[in-house]
Design a protein around this ligand. Structure first.
Ligand SMILES: Nc1ncnc2c1ncn2[C@@H]1O[C@H](COP(=O)(O)OP(=O)(O)OP(=O)(O)O)[C@@H](O)[C@H]1O
Ligand SMILES: [Mg+2]
Length: 327
């Protein structure tokens, strides 16, 4: 079997507070992404998506710590790797795109400087060759007139173009994995749709594996091969995106789907999930979704739910629910 581009196993992320015990904000996150595949991680605000995103390339900062688990990039374990070795992989084999492109762009540098420096940080290359490689990266990220755009300053670009430049920076060294955390959330729907199409094409044509983080199931539907649904720091359901969205097994996934307006009959009220998720560290002893679950039963509040393989499905799916929904 081929080594997956990224294999995460039982990742546990803690937050260390002064004088208090470390809180496990994320736990039991396991997934693999093969070359050319897009895995989406979806969940409400505070579910631990960004903690997971930053941990993958080792960009988390104190008080956040990785407590246990494994992150293998092309078979290489990243946890415990020396900082210099991790820095070499970051930007060359794994890259990250965040929501605000200006965090990655220097306002006093032209587009080409960003790209050329990203290339040369990882390998020696002559200026003209690096510039041509940069132009190709812009074109692959869907930037129109890439030769002209090399000369642009960040402030001359629209939000959508800036994000495409950041995506070009992420892919300019042909990494195995690109992690994107709400990368299109701030953009208008048309631009978002174009970028999602571009990403699908990149995955297919370049074999890049993507971890695409979003709070929007509509985005999952358009981009993902597989999906992890997160709730209160845990994966509650995962499997092939089409199957999970068509027939969710976890009541939380079902509730999220009911919030997507396009799926509802015209005129019905947008169904928001009532209540709020528990805060990190204040986890209830049973199922973390029990307090908001429309299907809750007595044992749900007492027995912690574990992620188990869902029987009776063609493709591998798992769900963290004592009483999963059946078709
Ligand atoms: N640096 C930090 N210090 C303390 N708590 C943190 C830190 N980063 C995240 N948290 C907490 O961990 C939990 C998960 O945060 P995270 O940012 O991963 O959520 P998210 O799923 O990305 O949400 P959103 O959709 O709003 O971006 C939250 O309760 C948050 O308050
Ligand atoms: Mg986030």
């Amino acid at each position: 079997m081929n080594t997956p581009a990224l294999a995460v196993s039982d990742l546990r992320i803690g937050i260390r507070r002064d004088g208090a015990p470390t809180i496990d904000a994320v736990e039991g996150v396991s997934f693999t992404v093969a070359a050319g595949q897009v895995l989406a991680i979806v969940g409400e605000s505070g579910s631990g998506k960004s903690l997971t995103a930053l941990a993958l390339p080792g960009l988390h900062q104190p008080p956040v710590t990785i407590r246990s688990g494994s992150i293998r990039l092309e078979g290489v374990e990243l946890l415990g790797l020396a900082p210099a070795a991790l820095r070499r992989l970051r930007g060359s084999r794994i890259a990250i795109v965040l929501q605000d492109p200006m965090t990655a762009l220097n306002p006093v540098q032209r587009v080409q400087t960003h790209l050329i420096e990203t290339i040369r940080a990882h390998r020696p290359m002559g200026y003209e060759e690096a510039r041509e490689r940069s132009r190709l990266a812009l074109a692959r990220a869907g930037v129109p007139e890439p030769a002209r755009r090399l000369q642009s300053w960040p402030h001359e670009l629209s939000g959508g173009l800036r994000q495409r430049v950041v995506i070009a920076m992420a892919l300019v060294n042909d990494p195995a994995v690109i992690v994107a955390d709400e990368a299109t959330t701030a953009l208008d729907v048309t631009v978002q749709g174009e970028i999602l199409r571009e990403v699908r094409r990149l995955a297919r044509d370049s074999g890049t594996a993507f971890v695409w983080i979003t709070h929007d199931l509509g985005v999952v539907e358009r981009i993902a091969d597989t999906v992890c649904v997160m709730y209160a720091g845990q994966v509650v359901e995962q499997g092939p995106a089409g199957a999970v969205l068509a027939q969710p097994a976890h009541p939380y996934t079902r509730a999220l789907l009911d919030c997507v307006p396009a799926r509802q009959r015209a005129g019905t009220r947008l169904n928001q999930i009532a209540g709020a998720p528990p805060s990190a560290g204040q986890w209830p002893s049973g199922c973390r979704f029990a307090a908001r679950c429309p299907m809750v039963r007595d044992d749900c509040t007492r027995t912690p739910s574990t992620l188990s393989v869902l029987e009776g499905t063609d493709m591998p799916r798992s769900v963290r629910c004592l009483h999963p929904l059946t078709p």
